[in-house]
Design a protein around this ligand. Structure first.
Ligand SMILES: [Zn+2]
Length: 235
């Protein structure tokens, strides 16, 4: 028992040394973790916001996110108008918390319009769990969710197993319409609380630092109906 304890202390000291070395390296190159977000498609391309974060005024009138972004989980989400097959890239670096790429690209449904129901009424929400997705864990209690992909990149599926980091701008997969989309291709993007047992959790307000987003809104929040040029690049 004593011997085992000594080994633990030695490995603890070695670990502390490794952590200290890492700290010195990161201080030396001034590479503190970049916590900002860039639009999740390749730089230079522009796409519109089909549905933005929820905005309801004091009288209860809804002007953004009124379809499927009404609940706590999705209220800070964006639906970007990416045609099927558009590269989807990481808005921020992290590790792959979850990657699902097993659904066929045409596996979609669930949002058929129904008479006497508000827009976004769910005929069947079972499709909500039947979507290709990537979730990137930022390591600070938040994760970014990239939904409705037609396919997930093989290297992302590999990194989901190995824990290798994903850098901002790295391709995650291709956009699509899998899951609860009404078969309309788009990218649902949100940052949410990291909960291991649940991939669709309470969404969090974030802002983007792409120059075009900031030029249109100093707060960096893409608006429903707006069109934005991505400033993303591999970091
Ligand atoms: Zn959405």
């Amino acid at each position: 028992m004593i011997g085992a304890g000594a080994r633990w202390r030695r490995s603890g000291a070695a670990l502390a040394g490794v952590l200290l070395a890492g700290l010195l390296v990161s201080c030396g190159s001034d590479s503190r973790p970049d916590t900002s977000y860039l639009l999740p498609w390749p730089g230079g391309s522009s796409f519109a916001v089909l549905q933005g974060p929820l905005i309801v005024d004091q009288w209860g009138a809804c002007s953004s996110g009124c379809g499927s972004h009404r609940d706590e989980d999705g209220q800070h989400a964006w639906d970007f108008d990416l045609p099927e097959g558009t590269p989807v890239v990481a808005a921020r670096g992290g590790i792959v918390g979850l990657a699902v790429g097993s659904w066929p690209a045409d596996h979609c449904g669930g949002l058929a319009p129904v008479a006497d129901q508000p827009p976004g009424y769910l005929v069947s929400d079972s499709m909500g769990n039947q979507t290709n997705l990537v979730r990137i864990d930022h390591g600070d209690g938040t994760s970014a969710l990239y939904l409705h992909l037609s396919e997930v990149d093989p290297q992302i599926l590999t990194k989901a197993r190995t824990g290798e980091p994903v850098v901002r701008g790295e391709q995650l997969g291709l956009s699509g319409r899998t899951g609860l989309t009404g078969c309309v291709p788009h990218l649902h993007f949100q940052v949410e609380q990291t909960v291991r047992a649940d991939w669709y959790t309470t969404s969090l307000p974030i802002s983007f630092t792409d120059p075009d987003v900031l030029a249109q809104d100093p707060n960096g929040v893409p608006a429903e109906g707006g069109t934005y040029v991505s400033g993303n690049a591999t970091s």
